[in-house]
Design a protein. Sequence first.
Length: 269
Amino acid sequence: MEDAQIWIEKGIDFIIEFGPKIIGAILIYLIGSWIIKKLMGVLRKAMAKGSYDESLQRFLVNLVSWGLKIFLIITVISTLGVETTSLAAVIAAAGLAVGLALQGSLSNFAGGVLIMIFKPYRIGDLIEAQGVLGVVKTIEIFTTKMVSPENKLIIIPNGAMANGNIVNYTAEGKIRVDTVIGVGYDENIKKTKEVLMEVLTANPLVLKDPAPSVNVMELADSSVNFAVRPFCKPEDYWDVYFATYEGCKLALDKAGIEIPYPHEVQINK
């Protein structure tokens, strides 16, 4: 009974001494989390009204959110009675150790900052980077996410993106579709160019400025090859690409122009 009385007294003393601090820390955390959520909403609306780039909006919102959450956690810990000076020293030491262990992640963070500053690409752009092609889905603090033409999700570290070559097909607003069509040597070049040009001008997705072009590109072994080059919007690239090949084949067949195929000639002596 005496031991139980001692433990009860210790429990009461603990509650009296630390109870208010624990309750205060919980209240600070709940109220702080609510305030951070509201601030993030206000920040998003303000940036949306300011016509900020979507990728920059998401990056800054994530960065500010993480900063405020770290500040809130430090405040909660200090409310519990932990000395902030000693806590800061521990955090600094831990930060140094973590920084050395996560040099790659810091490089990716720096790469994300550079991408936000120089804007080599934005959300929705069709780009080619690190050997892959895709549409930019999101630009996060450490990584860039893209969707390939096969609808595969591609995740590339921002460090590699910032230090590598990037081909942006969307930046200029127009893209050229390069196709090659071959016809027989006996066919009339002028007529063939007219037939192929009609295919391009009939396609509503092909831009009039810059104008499409059809030119003799090569005198190959068994065919005269034409460079058929329409321009279109980046999002229409594959539609124009496939439509050009199909339309040229149908138009040449209708005009009676031969599309050659490989032949083998056997000579008997």
